[in-house]
Design a protein around this ligand. Structure first.
Ligand SMILES: *[C@@H]1O[C@H](CO)[C@@H](O)[C@H](O)[C@H]1NC(C)=O
Ligand SMILES: *[C@@H]1O[C@H](CO)[C@@H](O)[C@H](O)[C@H]1NC(C)=O
Ligand SMILES: *[C@@H]1O[C@H](CO)[C@@H](O)[C@H](O)[C@H]1NC(C)=O
Ligand SMILES: *[C@@H]1O[C@H](CO)[C@@H](O)[C@H](O)[C@H]1NC(C)=O
Length: 624
C-alpha cells in the first residue's frame, strides 16, 4: 500500500479532488483485522488452486445502526404509538448507509488493486461490496493464506483462513470481509428422522382414532395426535380449525440451503393426505445465486420437504415462496474447479438478496443454524443487523433454536464435550446462531398433548455468548434467573446473554412425504415452519382489517402477545452432560380464553378463537 501513499505525495493536486476524510494515511501497512481459532473438529486439509474463484464480500460499517434499532423497537412495540408503522426499503437503506468517507477510502483501496466499478457489485445501501477474485488475489488483498479445511466428523470441507489483515488506513472503514474466518456450517435443525421406517405399514395400525385428549389450552385434540402430528392436529391444538386466509398481499417464505430441494410431487402427496383443498396448488421457487430445485424424487430434501409441507399446508392459500440458495458445504476439495464458486457462504448471499427484494414475504421461516461459536462475532453481528433491517420493514423472521438442548450437537451424548473454541478449552453450554440474534424469533420444540418441552437432547435453548439480553426479555429472564438455585450452572452459560428460544411449538412425529414415501420426522425444524405458518395466519387477519403485518415479533410476544400463548410447564433440554434448563415454574398460568389479544388490536383471532401457541420464554428451572 506504500504506492498509494507515494502517489498522493507526488500528485498533491489529486488530494483536492478526493473527498475530505479519504486522505491516505502515512502508514498503510497491513494490520490484522480478525483472528479466530479454527473451531474444534476442523483440520487443515490442503491448499486450494490459486485460480479458484471466490466471491469476496466486504462489509462497510453502518454508523447509524443504533438509529435503525430505535426505529425497529418503536414500530415493533405494541404499546408504542408507532406500532406497525414499518419503514420502507429506502428508509432502512438510508439508516444503514456507510459514511461517504468509508465509501471513498474503500473505493480507493480497491482501485489501487486494479478493480474498477464494473468488478464490484454493491448492495442498495452500499454497505456491502462483492467482488469475484481468484484465491491468490484475495490472499494478496488480505495478506493471508487460504486453506481447504475438513470437518473430521462430517467430512464437510470449507475454504477458509483463521486470520486476515487489511491496510491500516481502511481498517475503520471495513467491518468485515467474508468468506474468511466463518466456519459455521448451518446444518438443518432436525434430528429425529425415522427414515429407515417408512410410516404407513408400521405406525398406522397403532394410532388411536376416535378419542380426544385435552390440550393445556382447554381445547380437545384427536388422541391420534399423540402418535402422529398432522395439519389437522396443529389446527386443533392451536385453534385454527376452519379458518381460511383470504387477505390480499399476504405471503410466507421458506428458505432452503445445502441443495435441499423442495419436491412438488411430495407436496401433492402431502396435500392429498392432510390438506385436500390445497391439492394442485403450487409454490413459487426463487433461485438465489443460481440455487436449483431439482424435482427428481431422488433429490427431494427431507428438511426442504418438511418445511414446505407444514408451512404451506397450514397457511394455504397464502402466497408461498421457496428460496433455494446455492452453496454446498460438503464439496470435494480434490475436484475443486479453478472456475468454481464454492465459497460456502450462503447466508450473506441470501440476506443480500432478500434485502434487495421490494416486497419480501411477510413471514420467513428458516430451519438451519450452527453453534454460535463456529460463527465469528463480526459475522454474527452483521448478519443479525440484516435481520433487524427486515424486521423494520415488517417482516417476521423465525429460526429454529437447534436440536441439541444446551449441547453442541455432537450426535453421541457421551462425547458431547461442549468446549469453547477460544483457545481456553472451557466447558460451556453451546447456543445456536442465528437463533441467538435478538432480532429473530427463535422457535424451540414441544411434544405430546398436553404439551411439554421435547425430551432431553433436543429442544435447543440457553443464552447467547455474543448478544446481550435485549430489553424485551429483561423482565422474564431476570425473574427466571433469580428463580434458579444460587450457583446453578455457574460458568456454563452467560447470564447476561439473550435467552433462547422465544417460543415453541410441536416438533416431533410429524407425518411428511419425502421422495415418494411417508415418514415421521421431528426437530425444531418442524416447529419453526409450524409457528411461522400461524404467524402468517395472524397476519392475514390483520391485513384484512387494514392493519400492518406483525413484523419483528419479539417485543410483542414478550408483552401483550404473551396472552395468546400457552405456557409450557414441564420438560427440560439436556445436553453437555447436564439435564439442561427446565421450562416452567415462573409463568405457570392456567389456560386462558380471556380475550386479551382482542383488547390490543381487536383482531388477532382466527374465527371465534384465540390462537393458543406454546411458549417457553426461557423459563428454565433446574433441580440439581
Ligand atoms: C445518522 O443519523 C443522523 C440523525 O438522524 C443524521 O443526522 C446523520 O446524517 C446520519 N448519518 C449517516 C451516515 O447517515
Ligand atoms: C388436480 O389436477 C389434476 C390434473 O390436472 C386433475 O386431474 C385433478 O382433478 C385435480 N385435483 C383437484 C383436487 O383439483
Ligand atoms: C437431479 O437429481 C437426480 C437424483 O439425485 C440426479 O440424478 C440428476 O442428475 C439431477 N439433475 C440435475 C439437473 O442436476
Ligand atoms: C485445547 O484443546 C486443543 C485440542 O484438543 C489442544 O490442542 C490445545 O492444546 C488445548 N488448549 C488448552 C489451553 O488446553
Amino acid at each position: 500500500m506504500r504506492s498509494l501513499y507515494r502517489i498522493a505525495v507526488l500528485l498533491p493536486f489529486l488530494l483536492r479532488v478526493l473527498p475530505v476524510g479519504s486522505v491516505p494515511t502515512k502508514d498503510c501497512a497491513h494490520k490484522v483485522k480478525e483472528t479466530v481459532d479454527a473451531p474444534r473438529g476442523w483440520v487443515k486439509h490442503g491448499e486450494p488452486p490459486a485460480d479458484h474463484k471466490i466471491a469476496l464480500k466486504i462489509g462497510l460499517p453502518q454508523p447509524n445502526f443504533s438509529e435503525l434499532e430505535k426505529h425497529l423497537y418503536e414500530v415493533s412495540d405494541p404499546d408504542h404509538a408507532r406500532y406497525g408503522h414499518h419503514l420502507s426499503k429506502v428508509e432502512v437503506e438510508e439508516l444503514v448507509a456507510p459514511y461517504p468517507e468509508s465509501l471513498d477510502t474503500v473505493n480507493e483501496w480497491l482501485s489501487s488493486l486494479g478493480f474498477d466499478d464494473e468488478d464490484m457489485v454493491r448492495s442498495p445501501a452500499k454497505d456491502w461490496i462483492t467482488i469475484n477474485v481468484p484465491v491468490s488475489k484475495a490472499e494478496e488483498m488480505l495478506n493471508t493464506k487460504y486453506y481447504v479445511w475438513k470437518h473430521v466428523e462430517s467430512g464437510d470441507y470449507l475454504l477458509r483462513t483463521t486470520s486476515y489483515s487489511l491496510p491500516s488506513n481502511v481498517h475503520e472503514h471495513i467491518e468485515l470481509v467474508q468468506p474468511t474466518t466463518m466456519f459455521g456450517r448451518f446444518k438443518p435443525q432436525r434430528s429425529n428422522i425415522f427414515k429407515s421406517t417408512p410410516f404407513a405399514a408400521d405406525i398406522a395400525g397403532v394410532v388411536k382414532t376416535g378419542s380426544t385428549v385435552n390440550a393445556a389450552s382447554g381445547v380437545s385434540v384427536d388422541a391420534s395426535c399423540n402418535q402422529i402430528i398432522t395439519i389437522t392436529c396443529l389446527q386443533q391444538l392451536y385453534n385454527a380449525v376452519g379458518f381460511t386466509p383470504s387477505a390480499k398481499d399476504n405471503s410466507i417464505g421458506i428458505t432452503g440451503y445445502l441443495e435441499q430441494f423442495a419436491n412438488m410431487q411430495d407436496l401433492q402427496s402431502f396435500f392429498a393426505d392432510q390438506r385436500p383443498d390445497a391439492v394442485n396448488s403450487t409454490f413459487k421457487v426463487i433461485s438465489v445465486a443460481g440455487g436449483l430445485n431439482n424435482q427428481s424424487l431422488a433429490a427431494a430434501g427431507d428438511e426442504a420437504d418438511l418445511d414446505v409441507e407444514f408451512a404451506f399446508g397450514l397457511s394455504h392459500p397464502i402466497a408461498p415462496t421457496f428460496f433455494t440458495t446455492a452453496g454446498r458445504p460438503p464439496f470435494i476439495p480434490d475436484l475443486l474447479e479453478p472456475a468454481g464458486d464454492n465459497e460456502n457462504e450462503p447466508y450473506l448471499t441470501w440476506l443480500d438478496f432478500i434485502l434487495e427484494m421490494p416486497d419480501p414475504p411477510l413471514t420467513i421461516s428458516t430451519s438451519y443454524g450452527d453453534n454460535e461459536q463456529t460463527v465469528p462475532f463480526t459475522f454474527a453481528q452483521r448478519a443479525c443487523s440484516q435481520f433487524a433491517q427486515l424486521g423494520a420493514r415488517g417482516v417476521s423472521i423465525l429460526f429454529a433454536s437447534g436440536d441439541f438442548g444446551v449441547g453442541d450437537g455432537d450426535e453421541n451424548p457421551a462425547t458431547q464435550e461442549c468446549i469453547t473454541n477460544d483457545g481456553t478449552n472451557q466447558t460451556k453450554f453451546i447456543p445456536s446462531f442465528p437463533a441467538s440474534c435478538p432480532f429473530v424469533t427463535s422457535v424451540g420444540g414441544t411434544s405430546h398433548i398436553p404439551e411439554v418441552a421435547v425430551s432431553t437432547f433436543f429442544s435447543g435453548g440457553g443464552f447467547s455468548n455474543y448478544f446481550a439480553r435485549p430489553s424485551f426479555q429483561d423482565k422474564d429472564v431476570t425473574a427466571y434467573l433469580n428463580s434458579l438455585p444460587k450457583g446453578t450452572y455457574a460458568g456454563l452459560f452467560n447470564p447476561n446473554g439473550r435467552g433462547i428460544p422465544d417460543v415453541s411449538a410441536q416438533s416431533d412425529l410429524f407425518k411428511v412425504f419425502i421422495g415418494g414415501e411417508a415418514f415421521l420426522i421431528g426437530g425444531t425444524s418442524a416447529a419453526t415452519p409450524t409457528f411461522s405458518a400461524f404467524i402468517s395466519l395472524l397476519n392475514d387477519v390483520r391485513l384484512k382489517a387494514g392493519l400492518p403485518s406483525l413484523g419483528f415479533l419479539n417485543p410483542f410476544l414478550y408483552s401483550k402477545g404473551f396472552a395468546g400463548l400457552n405456557d409450557i410447564t414441564s420438560g427440560n433440554n439436556g445436553g453437555c452432560g447436564t439435564p439442561g434448563f427446565n421450562v416452567g415454574c415462573l409463568f405457570t398460568r392456567l389456560p386462558t380464553f380471556r380475550p386479551l389479544i382482542i383488547i390490543f388490536t381487536g383482531v388477532e383471532r382466527l374465527g371465534s378463537r384465540q390462537v393458543q401457541m406454546a411458549v417457553c420464554h426461557c423459563k428454565p428451572y433446574i433441580e440439581i
